[in-house]
Design a protein around this ligand. Structure first.
Ligand SMILES: [Zn+2]
Length: 104
């Protein structure tokens, strides 16, 4: 039985080395992504997605919405459209309930 390092073993070591380097590289990229995300957020925070001007937070029936100071576009955060829709729906329901009462 010969006791020499097999090619498989060398290949295994090389592969391990590659995986280790790949992992380190991915970690670096992930960190870059985080920094880029942070940079972009700082750059775009409260800026109009259309014209890039400042957004102004206004209170629309208890829901905070952002309106562009330049093009008057309106930006809604997650859940705000639903909140406004709910309000509009209840307003519509109230409106139609007037007719229901008249029919009754
Ligand atoms: Zn705008």
């Amino acid at each position: 039985m010969l006791d020499k390092p097999s090619e498989n073993e060398e290949e295994y070591i090389a592969r391990m080395e590659f995986e280790k380097k790949k992992k380190a590289e991915m970690g670096k990229q992930n960190k870059l992504d985080q920094e880029e995300k942070k940079r972009l957020k700082e750059l775009h925070f409260m800026k109009c997605p259309k014209c890039g001007m400042e957004l102004i937070e206004i209170d629309y029936r208890g829901t905070k919405i952002d309106e562009c100071s330049q093009c008057r576009g309106v930006w809604l955060d997650a859940g705000e459209l639903a909140a406004i829709s709910k309000f509009e729906k209840s307003a519509l329901d109230k409106f139609f309930s007037i007719f229901d009462k008249q029919e009754a």
